[in-house]
Ligand binder design. Structure first.
Ligand SMILES: [Zn+2]
Length: 94
């Protein structure tokens, strides 16, 4: 069965030995804990981290704004209905 040996042989190319630390937001890979700690103290990480915090805060604010916008849209719809009622009232007068 060639496919089994082929699978095993090609598998060697597909598997990569990885051991280390990856700072996900920075996409910074460190092969040792020391290197990782150094990265955490670096300005690069600080910059990325502060961006992340700001972005998260903005997303949370945006969610609140979305809710308010939705409420506002509902209010606008009510306003349109009110205008229609006013028009009806005017036509009743006439
Ligand atoms: Zn980082």
């Amino acid at each position: 069965m060639g496919i089994r040996s082929k699978c095993l042989r090609d598998g060697q190319m597909l598997v990569v030995e990885v051991s280390g630390f990856l700072c996900k937001p920075c996409n910074k890979f460190s092969s040792s804990k020391e290197e990782s700690d150094m990265h955490l103290r670096s300005y690069t990480h600080y910059k990325t981290f502060s961006k992340l915090v700001k972005a998260k805060a903005q997303i949370e604010k945006g969610k609140e704004r979305d809710d308010m916008t939705k409420n506002g849209e509902e209010g606008e719809d009510e306003g349109e209905d009110g205008n229609t009622e006013e028009q009806l009232n005017e036509s009743d007068k006439l």
